[in-house]
Design a binder for this molecule. Sequence first.
Ligand code: ATP
Length: 231
Amino acid sequence: MTSPDAVTLRWQELTAVFGGTFDPPHLGHLQAVRGLFGCPGVRRVLVIPSAIPPQKSGITSTHHRMEMARRCFERPELPDVQVDPREVLRAQLRPEAPSYTFDTLLELRREHSLLGCVVGADQLARLDTWHRFPELLGLCHWIVLERKPDGGHLAREALRSWVSSGLLRPDFSTREGTRIGIFPTEAPWVSSTAIREEIARTGTPPIAALPSEVINYLKMHRVYGTTRDTR
Ligand code: ATP
């Protein structure tokens, strides 16, 4: 993964934080995580499944999503990727409280010297609807992935509007000194919603969109109405 940003962003020993609903985790997520190690300074990736996503409803049980995330991301060839259960554990203590990224980043700042929060460009464009925006931007650096098909354009538009309104400096840095970098990704166009819809229609998980470990889990536990006899 290369980008002109890589020249200007001098991040070192960065822990990348990749949060999501992962309902289910798919090859877009997996490819995005692999590619993060090509971003400047990224040494490890924490994948953090959201227990109670503030902006989504009707999601699959946390148990299934955690299990699928472990099968998707924790693999021998990715020793520096870890699925982190902190939002799930927090929800066990406070089941009524949404899983806010703001709270997670505050916690992680106490444990890691340099953090980069990862979002797809679609999420960046909606970041101003997240809890404690714009303070959120100053908590850590931001790695924005140009999610296909139109991600780069969306992300740059959002950033330019924040520069115009004075939230960001022209180099996309904040008053607190954190930076936002946009990076291309090899991640294919895939979405969890499209996968769930296809399974609901056909009973079969799309093999081109999911790692085999997740497909096996879906079949075993019949998640989303997957039938066991699919190939
Ligand atoms: P849904 O379709 O249900 O909204 P999703 O496929 O976007 O789900 P999430 O778990 O919400 O999956 O995504 C977690 C993070 O991964 C988000 O920041 C999202 O933008 C990013 N992401 C998801 N799919 C891709 C992809 N194909 N390429 C790059 N980034 C992605």
